[in-house]
Design a binder for this molecule. Structure first.
Ligand code: SAH
Ligand code: DHB
Ligand code: MG
Length: 226
């Protein structure tokens, strides 16, 4: 199995399940033009985030009404998630880098989602404590610095309610996650995160490996049960 094959299958799945999407394509083009790193979720993964957001029940109806994202970049995953929101729904996304936030705001506006999405600039550990009045969130997507994932999980648990969904990106890191001696601080961050998530009694959780246009990595998904 090769990256070439994963790319071909990702194209096949994107064509089937995502198709031509001018707003997402424009967001990627603007992000590339601004020199942002190409570490956004892939089209099928973005679509999966949207499906998950639509599957969460909030106020007795399908669809997350309040979504929190930690790590915006150019707003690609933000757009995927925000499209799942019902009328009156809201997404808050946290981004450390002001340039990323500016590009994301433009991409989100171009996608017609400016009225539903707020990009808050700052280190997530500084902006998360200001979210108490917006809680509980029906879904959290964790995708910022991997070293902070345990802190982001602790905050996610504070800011959600039973039935909320917590999803985290990049929990496999090309398989390096199995190496306890890895010198990579991102690998150590996701190792601590996976361990914390697995031991957390307030969630039912798992993690899965993924391959595709973004290489070999994985997602963790957890539902808050109490
Ligand atoms: N969710 C995006 C990708 C996010 S990449 C997508 O799939 O489209 C990770 C982002 O987290 C980067 O933009 C980076 O600047 C941001 N980040 C890194 N450390 C952070 C921190 N401490 N607080 C908030 N954002 C942070
Ligand atoms: C990397 C990939 C990501 O999806 C992300 O959110 C952050 C970093 C990376 O490969 O470095
Ligand atoms: Mg990621």
């Amino acid at each position: 199995m090769s990256q070439e094959q994963w790319n071909a299958v990702d194209r096949y799945l994107s064509d089937l399940f995502v198709g031509s999407d001018p707003a997402l394509e424009a967001a990627l083009a603007a992000s590339d033009a601004a020199g942002l790193p190409q570490i956004n979720v892939s089209p099928p993964h973005g679509q999966m985030l949207q499906v998950l957001a639509r599957s969460v029940v909030a106020n007795g109806a399908p669809g997350a009404r309040k979504i929190l994202e930690i790590g915006t970049l150019g707003g690609y995953s933000t757009i995927c998630l925000a499209r799942a929101l019902p009328a009156g729904g809201r997404l808050i996304t946290l981004e450390f880098n002001p340039k990323h936030a500016e590009i994301a705001r433009a991409n989100i506006a171009r996608a017609g989602l400016a009225d539903k999405v707020e990009v808050r600039v700052g280190k997530a550990l500084d902006t998360l404590p200001q979210l108490a009045s917006e809680a509980p969130f029906d879904m959290v997507f964790i995708d910022a610095d991997k070293e902070g994932y345990c802190d982001y999980l602790a905050w996610s648990l504070k800011l959600t309610r039973p039935g909320s969904l917590i999803v985290a990106d990049n929990v496999v890191r090309k398989g390096a996650v199995v190496d306890p001696a890895s010198p990579d601080s991102m690998v150590q961050g996701v190792r601590r995160f996976n361990q914390m998530l697995a031991a957390e009694p307030r969630v039912s959780a798992t993690a899965i490996q993924t391959v595709g246009a973004k290489g070999y990595d994985g997602f963790a998904v957890a539902v808050v049960v109490k």
